[in-house]
Design a protein around this ligand. Structure first.
Ligand SMILES: Cc1cc2nc3c(=O)[nH]c(=O)nc-3n(C[C@H](O)[C@H](O)[C@H](O)COP(=O)(O)OP(=O)(O)OC[C@H]3O[C@@H](n4cnc5c(N)ncnc54)[C@H](O)[C@@H]3O)c2cc1C
Ligand SMILES: *[C@@H]1O[C@H](CO)[C@@H](O)[C@H](O)[C@H]1NC(C)=O
Ligand SMILES: *[C@@H]1O[C@H](CO)[C@@H](O)[C@H](O)[C@H]1NC(C)=O
Ligand SMILES: *[C@@H]1O[C@H](CO)[C@@H](O)[C@H](O)[C@H]1NC(C)=O
Ligand SMILES: *[C@@H]1O[C@H](CO)[C@@H](O)[C@H](O)[C@H]1NC(C)=O
Length: 650
């Protein structure tokens, strides 16, 4: 309980009213200072990273983080013991915002769970702890889609911040011997207490798939976090190497540092409503209007230096839309005066999606000494697993997160028709038809169309690259696999609820609205279903259950894909994209909202195109880079010049 214990103590002390000068959790306006230098809206993965770095760099500048959720005692991992979870509805359990997007007609009107962390630490406190990075080609494609002026957002520009954002703990020699873990320490090197480590436990049958992939020609990669990740990867878990307790931003970037930061305030249970420019968009920073979720009191907070939005991909656009910054047509329909027509706000929504691609049975016995079913059938084993998790060091199955292994396969390596798919995307980008795949309100907007074409071309280049993965399939155990589509072409929207602008927004995922996504899904499923025929699988008598022998034609497989589709892998992105204004972008290379002063976005909203990986490590790295940009502007040049320089940069 070491880390979590420390986190809880600082919270308990404050609510009990003891005089603890550095435990700065605030719950009402009367506890705030009259103004702050920096106000950060959203105390999640990226927001707390920025808050930590700013309070560290500027001891004489005050920083306030406004967070919707609360400080929670429990932030269990995806696969922590039932005793830890107790009751997910228990108020001490870190909760989610829960969304079900409106049905997507191109995938049989499917919807599905989309979550977002609603607690100090944000989604890093509630996610699956799968701690990979995208490939270098993913970040290079951000710079490519955006064009001149955005070069600093390529892999070279981000890699130092990936390194800084995390502490990697190499596994012991005994664990390497047992599980074969590999890594390259040069991918790491930071000392931030966001931990990346490999657990002491793996299920025995994990090895079968590892060998199956080798049969299919994939190559194990020693380290997948250093830019290249095509092949079979070991992926660390974001947890402490000894206690196996979750690592998250609420610990590393708040609880662990706040004692030495009298300039670091955290206001919990408050909703950032909107930003207001009483004297025009260039008079910034804006005022921040906030609502208490405890007593509904609405008040303004003054920022003297900057306002930083970090409420995540599903909420940052709601704050901008309520501020009158967004698509003018939509704002008018919502009765919100248009302050700035920025059509990209809440547009360009994309997420990883994919079907449960293949399921099989083993018909021969295997040497599986420990399989998950033992948790159900062997009460002594379950009891020992629960006990082992709270030992120090922790041991047993519950030390596992989501998984520690995945394959990442490029389209050229998995699809004989890869060139045809790439050509089709390039044709759509060039023949004038791209606009027809966008949400109706963008089909006549030249900036949005230009930006979508730039994204399509950047994605086509990735899909043509034999080193840039298109498919991800993670696994830990079992006989069923999902096929993540890493580079979706379909685009959706996040819009305020017209009946209540402060309620949760409406998500329109539009999954599969660009039909080329199905060409790619089809190639992924055809590749994955080959697995049952490999020598390794045949040794265990593997028999395909799904798609099943009756599903062979492309048309039948596409039906199967639509039936099995999971619309979200919890990676919504792109709703305040890092693109120039004439490409429908919302933020420029300094992460400033176009045509405004003193306002930035630093969270996963900025992803113009998605990455070939899960998002949390990227959220930390973007937070680190954003902080470095802000610190440089306010250090080197001082306040007034900082503004001048920011303008020059735009
Ligand atoms: C269920 C789930 C599983 C996931 N699994 C993984 C995984 O295994 N590996 C991985 O790498 N990634 C995973 N992710 C994705 C990853 O965790 C997120 O993409 C990333 O953490 C997002 O960071 P962020 O800074 O953009 O937003 P967040 O970390 O979500 O932070 C946003 C914060 O803003 C707050 N907020 C929202 N609206 C307001 C408002 N109006 N005013 C004030 N505060 C507000 C929220 O409460 C939250 O604390 C998962 C995500 C989810 C939801
Ligand atoms: C999807 O929903 C729409 C609107 O309700 C309906 O017209 C359509 O038939 C549905 N499609 C399917 C495949 O169910
Ligand atoms: C916040 O400031 C704006 C602009 O000055 C003003 O219009 C608004 O009424 C203020 N809100 C509150 C609750 O004081
Ligand atoms: C189990 O392991 C033994 C010893 O390594 C081996 O001889 C046997 O073939 C294995 N059985 C199966 C079903 O894999
Ligand atoms: C696979 O296993 C399940 C459960 O054991 C069984 O119901 C099913 O008939 C099996 N299918 C095949 C194709 O063997």
């Amino acid at each position: 309980m070491g880390l979590l214990g420390a986190f809880f103590v600082s919270f308990a002390v404050v609510v009990n009213g003891f005089h603890v000068p550095h435990a700065n959790i605030k719950r009402q306006v009367s506890q705030l200072r009259s103004s702050y230098d920096f106000v950060i809206v959203g105390g999640g993965t990226s927001g707390l990273t920025v808050a930590d770095r700013l309070t560290e760099a500027f001891p004489s500048k005050n920083v306030l983080v406004v967070e919707y959720g609360d400080v929670k005692q429990f932030t269990p991992g995806t696969f922590d013991p039932p005793t830890t979870w107790a009751n997910p509805l228990h108020p001490e359990y870190a909760p989610f915002f829960v969304f079900f997007p409106i049905p997507s007609p191109d995938v049989k009107n499917k919807t599905g769970f989309v979550g977002a962390g609603q607690t100090v630490g944000g989604s890093s406190a509630t996610n699956g702890q799968f701690f990979d990075r995208g490939s270098r080609y993913d970040y290079d494609s951000w710079a490519e889609a955006a064009g001149p002026g955005y070069e600093a957002w390529n892999w070279r520009g981000l890699f130092p911040y990936f390194k800084k954002s995390v502490t990697f703990h190499p596994p012991s020699a005994a664990l390497v011997q047992k599980h074969g873990y590999t890594w390259d320490i040069s991918a790491y090197g930071g000392s931030t207490p966001i931990h990346a480590s490999f657990p002491p436990f793996q299920w025995e049958d994990r090895e079968i798939l590892w060998n199956t992939w080798k049969d299919l020609g994939l190559k194990p990669s020693r380290e997948c976090a250093a830019g290249e990740k095509e092949g079979i990867c070991f992926v660390p878990t974001s947890q402490h190497p000894v206690t196996a307790k979750r690592s998250h931003a609420g610990l590393a970037h708040y609880a662990d540092v706040v004692a030495s930061r009298p300039n670091y305030d955290l206001l919990v249970r408050h909703q950032g409503i909107r930003v207001i420019y009483p004297n025009g968009l260039q008079s910034g920073p804006p005022t921040v209007e906030v609502k208490s979720l405890l007593d509904s009191h609405v008040f303004n907070i003054t920022a003297t230096a900057e306002v930083v939005l970090a409420a995540g991909s599903l909420h940052t656009p709601t704050i901008l839309q309520r501020s009158g910054i967004g698509p003018a047509g939509f704002l008018q329909s919502a009765g919100i005066p248009v302050v700035l027509d920025l059509p990209g706000v809440g547009s360009n929504l994309h997420d990883h999606s994919g079907p449960f691609a293949v399921t099989w049975n083993y018909t021969n016995p295997g040497n599986f000494s420990e399989i998950p079913e033992r948790m159900d059938t062997d009460p002594a084993y379950l009891a020992d697993s629960i006990a082992g998790f709270s030992e120090n060091p922790a041991r047993g199955p519950y030390t596992l997160g989501l998984a520690n292994t995945a394959i990442y396969v490029s389209l050229p390596k998995l699809a004989p028709n890869h060139q045809a798919i790439v050509n089709r995307i390039r044709q759509i980008a060039n023949d004038g038809s791209a606009s027809s795949y966008l949400p109706a309100e963008y089909r006549t907007n030249p900036d949005m169309i230009r930006g979508y074409k730039a994204q399509l071309l950047a994605i086509a280049n990735k899909l043509a690259n034999p080193k840039a993965p298109s498919l991800e399939t993670p696994w830990a155990t079992g006989t069923s696999l999902q096929a993540f589509l890493l580079h979706p072409l379909s685009r959706g929207t996040v819009r305020l609820n017209l009946n209540d602008h402060l309620a949760q927004p409406i998500l329109d995922y539009r999954t599969g609205s660009n039909p080329v996504d199905f060409d790619i899904h089809l190639a992924h499923v055809k590749f994955l279903r080959q697995l049952v025929n490999t020598p390794t699988m045949q040794q265990y008598g593997a028999v395909e259950v799904a798609p099943g022998p009756g599903v062979q034609s492309d048309a039948d497989l596409v039906e199967f894909i639509k039936d099995q589709m999971t619309v979200s892998f919890q990676h919504p992105s792109g709703t305040a994209a890092l693109l120039p204004k004439n490409k429908g972008g919302v933020v420029g290379p300094g992460l400033k909202v176009h045509d405004t002063a003193g306002l930035r976005v630093v969270d996963m909203s900025i992803l113009s195109v998605n990455i070939g990986g899960h998002l949390s490590s990227t959220a930390y790295a973007v937070g680190e880079k954003a902080a470095a940009i802000i610190i440089e502007e306010w250090t080197v040049t001082g306040k007034g010049k900082g503004k001048a320089k920011a303008k020059a940069r735009r």
